[in-house]
Structure formats: structure tokens, C-alpha cells
Design a protein around this ligand. Structure first.
Ligand code: SF4
Length: 68
């Protein structure tokens, strides 16, 4: 099943844990110091584990994963 990642930008505090847990999925915008998604916000199961680890590791609880 595919899934979609959403980042609550007002909640994001730029801790960058998501980059460590999900380097294929997340980057940090140098100007805003907020997370940005690499490429599409929609992904397949190959990167589900990275996405879930990033969601769990986000201290601000700013990452959401939705099955699509
Ligand atoms: S870990 Fe959470 S708070 Fe930190 S940059 Fe990523 S989304 Fe933002």
C-alpha cells in the first residue's frame, strides 16, 4: 500500500531527527529551518520503515503518515 507524508510546518521545530531517520524522505530548508519532503509526498512500501522511524523520532510530533 502506498502512503502519504505530511509535515505540520507550524509545529516543526527544525530538530532534524527526521533527516537522520529518513534521509531519503526529508531535508531541512536552510532559510526556514523547517523540514521539507524530498521529491513527492507519496511513497511506496520500500521506504515505509524510514517514514515510520522519522514520525516516531520527531520530538514535535509534526510528521503524519496516511495510507492512500
Ligand atoms: S524531526 Fe520533526 S521537528 Fe524536527 S525537522 Fe523533522 S519534522 Fe521538524
Amino acid at each position: 500500500m502506498a502512503f502519504k507524508i505530511t509535515v505540520d510546518l507550524p509545529a516543526c521545530q527544525g530538530y532534524a531527527n527526521c533527516l537522520i531517520e529518513g534521509p531519503a524522505l526529508f531535508d531541512i530548508d536552510d532559510d526556514t529551518n523547517k523540514a521539507v519532503l524530498i521529491g513527492s509526498d507519496e511513497h511506496d512500501e520500500a521506504v515505509r520503515a524510514q517514514a515510520e522511524a522519522a514520525r516516531r523520532g520527531c520530538p514535535a510530533h509534526a510528521i503524519f503518515i496516511e495510507d492512500i
